[in-house]
Design a protein around this ligand. Structure first.
Ligand code: 5AD
Ligand code: SF4
Length: 469
């Protein structure tokens, strides 16, 4: 374990002068940016902090500890953190005036990528902690409370999941009927635009027994739907209970046996790792929801090669055909990048053509953002911002049309819905369709956790309205 200590800054009073609240009355405010894995990690950090006497608060001004769990995937995401730190600086100064401590921590992928630079740029920060070291949070905080500035971003040799405390059953119940479960972290693919292999490190799979135990705990607390998470989730592999090597498909079959778990999902996948067993799981497991997020990024072979995606457009289309043959009601979602270095109008047209060919139910699309340290950032032929803007608009218009078309195709149909939470409007509850759309129903349609049959009556912008079938 490597602890870097940096000179403390002179903001507010010295730590020794401040009233340090006794354990059990400390409050932590956690703000999460980026992907679902950060959502999961934020919960695990909150769990780790609970053993240290911290309770979560939504009011940042009341917090003894502010943690920003950050995202580094695109420049915009990373910059948000610094503007937030500017606001926190004022809050911390106010609290210091009132004689109260406020520790400020930066966690997540910006922490991993920028390390001590964060404290140089934003001296309000007391601790920087990378995603592989969250289990050390209580120890790191003890040091930070004594006034040390701490940067902890080494890749731990120990398994962070083994060392992270488990949330109490009551806490799991409070979190609701859907849950994330990280099964894999890191990535060995090195797409040339992507920071993930640098911020999250190389691929690590959690052992089967750990995953099964966590899924059982979730089911026991009333969770009905579990989404398995990994940066490259379908590269997950491990030694199974039968001592054979399992892939994600086999793991899904095992998790489907757990009583109470009615729905399984996984995200995010790489096309190269969709193996036969995983496709068979889509065919044979009703528990596995018919929705697949399978990013392709581009429809141009030239760009796919420059991106180091390791497959061609045709391979992706053939794969989609095989998956649809296995499960014909599967809805597809994807990620796209426009304006990767060297992308010509013809390359972009190939992406539009691929989108037409696949017909997505939903998708995420981004302008290429050069990330320091990645090969893409060094490439010639960077595409002008205005061209990226224009292409993104065209692509998003097409994807939106497909998404609306998909929603409209469900009107009049009867589908399963998992009732998830109260609606924003009185008298309503919100459910989840098999294809991840929010489904608005009358609150009397069912209890939270029920899976009910509803008939879709109309579509909203991003949601469906339904009545009990
Ligand atoms: N610029 C733009 N988009 C990116 N993504 C990843 N890196 C970049 C980048 N440098 C997108 C990809 C990925 C999603 C999570 O974010 O589409 O699948
Ligand atoms: Fe990034 Fe995904 Fe490529 Fe890995 S497979 S480098 S996480 S885009």
């Amino acid at each position: 374990m490597e602890l870097n200590t940096i000179e403390r800054d002179d903001i507010g009073a010295a730590a020794e002068d401040l009233v340090v609240p006794p354990a059990a009355t400390r409050k932590v405010f956690v703000k999460t940016y980026g992907c679902q894995m950060n959502v999961y990690d934020s919960q695990r950090m909150t769990d780790a902090l609970a053993t240290d006497g911290y309770v979560a608060t939504d009011a940042v001004g009341e917090a003894d500890l502010v943690l920003l769990n950050t995202c580094h995937i695109r420049e915009k995401a990373a910059e948000k953190v610094y503007s937030e730190l500017g606001r926190i600086r004022e809050l911390k100064a106010e609290r210091a005036k009132a004689g109260r401590e406020m520790l400020v921590g930066v966690a997540g992928c910006v922490a991993q990528a920028e390390g001590a630079e964060i404290i140089r740029r934003s001296p309000v920060v007391d601790l920087v902690i990378g995603p592989q070291t969250y289990h050390r949070l209580p120890a790191v905080l003890a040091k930070a409370r004594s006034g040390e500035k701490i940067v902890e971003t080494d890749y731990a040799v120990e398994d962070k999941f083994e060392h992270l405390p488990r949330p109490k059953r009551a806490e799991l119940i409070r979190r609701g009927v859907t849950a994330f479960l990280t099964v894999q972290e890191g990535c060995d693919k090195f797409c040339t635009f992507c920071v993930v292999p640098y911020t999250r490190g190389s691929e690590v799979s959690r052992p089967v027994a750990q995953i099964v135990a966590e899924a059982e705990r979730l089911a026991d607390a009333g969770v009905r739907e579990v989404t398995l998470l990994g940066q490259n989730v379908n590269a997950w592999h491990g030694r199974g209970e039968d001592c054979e090597e399992w892939g994600l498909g086999r793991l899904l079959f095992r998790l489907a046996e757990i009583p109470g778990l009615a729905r399984l999902r996984y995200t995010t996948s790489h096309p190269r790792d969709m193996d036969n067993e995983l496709i068979a799981a889509h065919r044979d497991l009703p528990t596995l929801m018919p929705y697949l997020h399978l990013p392709v990024q581009s429809g141009s072979d030239r760009i796919l090669k420059a991106m180091n995606r390791r497959h061609m457009a045709k391979d992706y289309l053939t794969l989609i055909d095989r998956i649809r043959a296995a499960r014909n009601d599967i809805a597809l979602s994807g990620d796209f990048i426009v304006g990767f270095p060297g992308e010509t109008e013809a390359d972009f047209e190939a992406t539009m053509q691929l989108v037409e060919d696949v017909n997505y139910a939903s998708a995420f699309s981004f302008k290429y953002s050069p990330r320091p340290g990645t090969p893409g950032a060094e490439m010639n032929d960077q595409v002008p911002e205005a061209v990226k803007d224009e292409r993104l608009q065209r692509l998003q218009a097409l994807l939106l049309k497909q998404q609306q078309h998909f929603g409209a195709s469900l009107v009049g149909r009867t589908i399963d819905t998992l009732i998830e939470k109260p609606g924003r409007q009185a008298g309503q509850k919100v459910g989840r369709s098999p294809w991840l759309q929010p489904v608005i129903v009358d609150e009397k349609a069912g209890e939270i956790g029920d899976i009910i049959q509803v008939r879709i009556t109309k579509t909203g912008y991003n949601s469906l309205f339904a009545e009990l079938a």
